[in-house]
Design a protein around this ligand. Structure first.
Ligand SMILES: CCCCCCCCCCCCCCCC(=O)SCCNC(=O)CCNC(=O)[C@H](O)C(C)(C)COP(=O)(O)OP(=O)(O)OC[C@H]1O[C@@H](n2cnc3c(N)ncnc32)[C@H](O)[C@@H]1OP(=O)(O)O
Length: 429
């Protein structure tokens, strides 16, 4: 059996899908095949366990007692992708497992069961303390099958509420962790339903809408205090060769290395005489928590939030720090970053002195065209073709440094002139 076939099988075992994708190859290298005939005992009640079994082919019956009382006898059937056994070497089997047909299992011996315990959903060796901030933000605690918990870290971007990109990135992480790791997200569509509270955890409930041979579809609801505050649909596909063309051209822009970072730009703005004193004072007194995403505007930017400009923007961005090598993580990071400076571009032609807006992202859609790395520079080209009846529409394209179009995306946002106080921007959960 090829290693690829074993990895694909392991990726379809729901229990394992939450693990970092790098673990599957390691598990595939150490599992052993066990073949049994109809009627054979695979394990016996009362015996000490020797590892975990995954049903590869055939059916088995579980028959045993929970408390040695006849009325509490367990009886159910196991089929492909089900598992049984114990991670702990001292545990005793509480039931017989008997082959109902010819049965093939993959067996993971005790000494390798630590592979099933990982501190992060993205990496086997890094913990949330040792990885980059954005990777920690996108780490979720698996609570049960299909249920994950995310939190808003103290250093995460917040804007007075749960940042929209955090919802998209975390929900996509939850969806990705219920899919065979050979299938990668190619599109997502999402709605921001209620302003989220960053002081409380977010529960991500994944609905496995479909698992096909090459495609899988998931719906994820983000829940706080019993309310669905955000919802996302995502589709995943196993990579296959096909037609390839690209009509979209990457615009000619300066390379990122020579451009100012947001932190440098902010420092300069404190003393830039072209900017109004009131603005400089505001920049100086506003608490500034650096973002986990590095951003470099392609054109010199002396605009304030009260300067009228074209409804378009170009900037380079990348995650700060090195990310674990998992394509699912890189796509979640891009999803997270894509809501930082996006729909605000719709407001550019309407900015003026005294301008104060109440704006909120309403929906967010993305299409991933090619593999990408979120810890290398990506160019985000944004244009707002229209704004009307309080809604601004933006579309964007992301190119890698080679000029390949890697992502297309759109967003609609609610754009209103703020009337004080502004209850729309705080959570009412
Ligand atoms: C160094 C140099 C460069 C740096 C450069 C940095 C750039 C720095 C960019 C950062 C940029 C971040 C960008 C983050 C972008 C997100 O993260 S946005 C967060 C994600 N989106 C959300 O949370 C939206 C969640 N959804 C919702 O809240 C609801 O679905 C909606 C959209 C409000 C619609 O609900 P609804 O109940 O139908 O709404 P509606 O009745 O119209 O209004 C709701 C409330 O707003 C109030 N409201 C209505 N109009 C107004 C108004 N004009 N003013 C105030 N309140 C209003 C209403 O009174 C109402 O309040 P209540 O009566 O309920 O108390």
């Amino acid at each position: 059996m090829s290693s690829e076939t074993v990895i694909e099988f392991l990726g379809n075992v729901p229990l394992l899908q939450r693990l970092p994708s790098s673990v599957f190859k390691r598990i595939a290298d150490v599992v052993k095949f066990k073949h049994l005939e109809k009627g054979d005992y695979v394990v016996r009640e009362g015996e000490v366990g020797d590892g975990i079994y995954f049903v590869w082919e055939g059916e088995a019956e579980v028959s045993g007692s929970v408390h040695a009382e006849e009325e509490n006898r367990l009886e159910y059937q196991l089929k492909r992708y089900d598992y049984f056994g114990h991670v702990n070497p001292e545990s005793v089997h509480v039931a017989d497992i008997i082959a109902l047909t010819k049965l093939t299992c993959l067996f993971l011996p005790h000494e390798h069961c630590t592979l099933l315990q990982s501190k992060s959903i993205w990496s086997t060796d890094k913990t949330t303390e040792t990885c980059s901030l954005v990777e920690s933000i996108l780490h979720l605690e698996p609570i049960e099958l299909n249920i994950f918990q995310g939190i808003t870290l103290p250093d995460a971007p917040k804007f007075g509420k749960v940042f929209g990109g955090q919802f998209v990135g975390q929900a996509l992480a939850a969806a990705s962790k219920t899919v065979d790791s050979l299938k990668i997200v190619h599109s997502l569509h999402s709605y921001f339903l209620m302003v989220g509270d960053f002081n409380i955890p977010i529960i991500y409930q994944v609905n496995r809408l479909r698992d096909g041979r090459n495609f899988a579809t998931r719906r994820v609801d983000a829940i706080q205090k019993g309310n669905i505050v955000f919802t996302l649909l995502a589709s995943f596909q196993k990579e296959e060769e096909g037609f390839d063309h690209q009509e979209a051209m990457m615009p000619s822009v300066p390379a990122p290395d020579g451009l100012l970072s947001l932190d440098e730009l902010r420092e300069l703005r404190l003393t830039d005489p072209r900017l109004p004193m009131s603005y400089r004072k505001k920049v100086a007194t506003t608490k500034f928590v650096p973002w986990p995403i590095e951003i470099r505007f392609c054109a010199p930017n002396t605009n304030t939030n009260q300067t009228k400009s074209d409804p378009s923007l170009r900037y380079w961005f990348r995650a700060k720090g090195k990310l674990s090598d998992d394509q699912a993580l890189h796509r979640c990071v891009v999803a997270f970053a894509s809501d930082l400076i996006f729909s605000g571009v719709s407001l550019n032609p309407h900015r003026r002195k005294g301008f104060k807006s109440a704006s909120l992202s309403l929906d967010h859609s993305m299409w991933f065209h090619r593999r990408l790395r979120a810890d290398d520079w990506l160019l985000f080209v944004i244009v707002s073709p229209t704004a009307s009846v309080t809604r601004g529409f933006v579309s964007g394209q992301m190119f890698n440094r080679k000029g390949e179009l890697v992502v297309s995306l759109t967003q609609e946002a609610l754009l209103r002139m703020a009337r004080p106080p502004n209850p729309a921007t705080v959570s009412k959960l």
